[in-house]
Design a protein around this ligand. Structure first.
Ligand code: CO
Length: 298
């Protein structure tokens, strides 16, 4: 999911990024309020995505609703009948985009309250706060990773070491630079004008994720050949290189076509904690400014 390396262009039209951020944040809040015992997983995903569309934006990726040991990258399939149960730990990860200006934000909800996972939820939230307090031009990605790891470990949990925050560029959700959730990776200084999503994941498990089953999310790596696959070319016109899902394709034949062609697309597996540990996540998108940073998804 890495974009081309090199100098990212500064985002044009900051107002568009700010609006995409506010819509993403409001969609996250809406989704959070809907995550109650008995709620339909499909309806929550659709309500969040519908809200984003009504606000005049588009979902930057399908609403992710990953449960318990699933860290990320699950979206309900078409016709999903699963309902949330009290005590489930749900990572709701959402984003909006306005002509390619993307926001990416997540929260963790314990369905029905109860507080069994309160400390684990707090661990990823404090890691996000610790990293964002350091966010300014010139900060090295390693400093952010160190702060994230320290905050999570100090609360008795492990960071999920193979998941990362990331820079964002127009139509590129995961651009060239990663902000790992653990120390020990190569570092790069962030610059004013860059858009960055920071997303600490904490767990009581092994501290890493592996690939689970297909999570119903796909992405075009590049534009399909309009001669060979005109229908896919049309879909590419809708989604470009952003993640999408079968729920967003009404036509049955086209859904089947996409599934047949999935080898040519990127398909996302669900990320599952290696020892089956519960996982929490907190994420916000930031704009680096001369003075420090601005939270785009408050
Ligand atoms: Co993200």
């Amino acid at each position: 999911m890495r974009g081309p390396r090199g100098e990212p262009p500064p985002p044009r039209d900051l107002d568009r990024w700010r609006r995409a951020g506010r819509i993403g944040a409001a969609a996250r809040e809406l989704g959070e309020s809907l995550l109650v015992p008995g709620a339909s997983r499909l309806e929550v995903a659709e309500a969040v995505e519908t809200y984003i569309r009504r606000e005049g934006a588009l979902p930057a990726f399908p609403a992710n609703l990953s449960i318990d040991e699933e860290a990320a990258h699950f979206t309900p399939p078409p016709g999903d009948s699963r309902r949330f149960a009290k005590g489930e730990l749900v990572k709701l990860d959402v984003g909006a985009h306005l002509d390619g200006a993307i926001s990416d934000t997540a929260t963790t909800v314990e369905v029905g309250g109860g507080g069994r996972h309160a400390a684990l939820r707090q661990a990823s939230r404090s890691a996000l706060e610790a990293a964002s307090a350091l966010l300014r031009p010139g900060v090295g990605t390693r400093e952010l990773s160190d702060a994230i790891e320290r905050a999570i470990r100090s609360q008795g949990y492990r960071p999920v070491e193979n998941l990362s925050g990331h820079t964002i560029e127009e139509y590129l959700l995961h651009a060239g630079t990663s902000i790992p959730n653990a120390s020990g990776f190569s570092s790069r200084e962030l610059r004013s004008g860059e858009v960055v999503a920071i997303e600490p994941f904490a767990t009581g498990g092994g501290g890493a994720v592996g690939n689970g089953p297909f999570g119903n999310i796909l992405r075009f790596r590049e534009a399909p050949d309009p001669e060979r696959a005109p229908e896919l070319s049309e879909l590419y016109g809708r989604f470009r290189t952003l993640p999408f899902c079968l729920r967003w394709i009404d036509d049955e034949a086209l859904r089947a076509r996409v599934l047949r062609e999935r080898k040519r697309l990127q398909t996302y597996p669900v990320f599952v904690e290696v020892r089956g540990g519960y996982v929490s996540q907190a994420e916000r998108t930031f704009l680096l400014t001369e003075e420090g940073c601005e939270v785009l998804t408050p």
